[in-house]
Design a protein around this ligand. Sequence first.
Ligand SMILES: [Zn+2]
Ligand SMILES: [Zn+2]
Ligand SMILES: [Zn+2]
Ligand SMILES: [Zn+2]
Length: 392
Amino acid sequence: MILTRCAVCATELGLTLGKKCGRCSTRYCGPECQVQHWKEGGHDTLCKKIKKAGGAEQYNANKKYAEAVSVAVEKCAEDTKGQTCYICTQALHWKTKEGLVRGCSCRGTAGFAHVSCLAEQAKILFAEAEENNLGAEVLNARLERWYRCSLCEQTYHGVVKCALGWACWKTYVGRPEADQIRGLAMNQLGNGLHEAERHEEALSVREADLARMRRLGDSEENMLVVQSNLASTSVALGRHQDSMRMSQNVYSGRFKLLGEEHPQTLLAANNYADSLLYLQRFEESKSLMCKTMPVARRVLGDNHEVTLRVKLTYALALYNDTGATLDDLREAVTTLEETARTARRVLGATHPITVKIEHALPDARAALRAREEASSLREAMAAMAPPRKSKY
Ligand SMILES: [Zn+2]
Ligand SMILES: [Zn+2]
Ligand SMILES: [Zn+2]
Ligand SMILES: [Zn+2]
């Protein structure tokens, strides 16, 4: 359940408080708000429509999906001009008339599609695996189509990921609460909202998700995933102390459950180090990344997204520290230059990590330049200093 507030006064109802419209399940804090909604909020006409759509959660998901698609199409408009969908081969979707998007690492004329076509494809592939009992591995691989491009194999980002998150949620919201795919859909929605920088919404989806998992007694590992996501949403909302505590917890949990070399542990190490940066705890961040970097390079390779993230965090810890030495600053610049080249090649110029690295590079260079100037000034001053008085 992600609708946790009264539809009229927005009072938080959690999962059980308040009352629901008997027909459409719209939630209210009490009879007063319900009556007001009927009389003044247009519920008398909306109720039937909501019920027909499958109830309040489904109706909300459908509506938010449509909004998210139009945001994504508009944001991608310039990039997609004159292109066609690689799935249905049309520029405009035959049924919805929506335009195209592209939010992965595809380049040139590849990878343009309608959100509806991407969603339909993911839905069909997953349903087929489910109906034919193709096993957990196949199910997981098919599930990836909700968040990973089948052409470039990179994850979607930004508003495209958000639209697909809503698509995924609207597809599976009608299933029973304990259904695994419904839980995963909730997670996708939270990730998508985060990507589109809709952090308040992401927070409430993630909190609802964690509450659901606790209630159902989900596994430690699954709960760590949600906690990790909650930590990154907390960063975005400026709650750095919360985020650091959660990130630390996730890192030690994964270390114990999965071991040092697991990609999820490496990613958790990076996130923990990143959360330390916000609290200006550069030394701790740097030493954790120093330890993690060789493992990531060995296990995942230099081109892997997680390795790139680790290198970026390491460089940030190096040059943001006011106690950084000249050598630290040089190392930060070299690391960023190298990482920027790899990220551009592997992930593409518009990928958020590439953007973040290229954003950090001028800052690191400026810090280095300032330090070099300061030290050459010191040398010059030393050279200009009056010679010691001669004895004679
Ligand atoms: Zn109310
Ligand atoms: Zn109703
Ligand atoms: Zn299409
Ligand atoms: Zn792609």
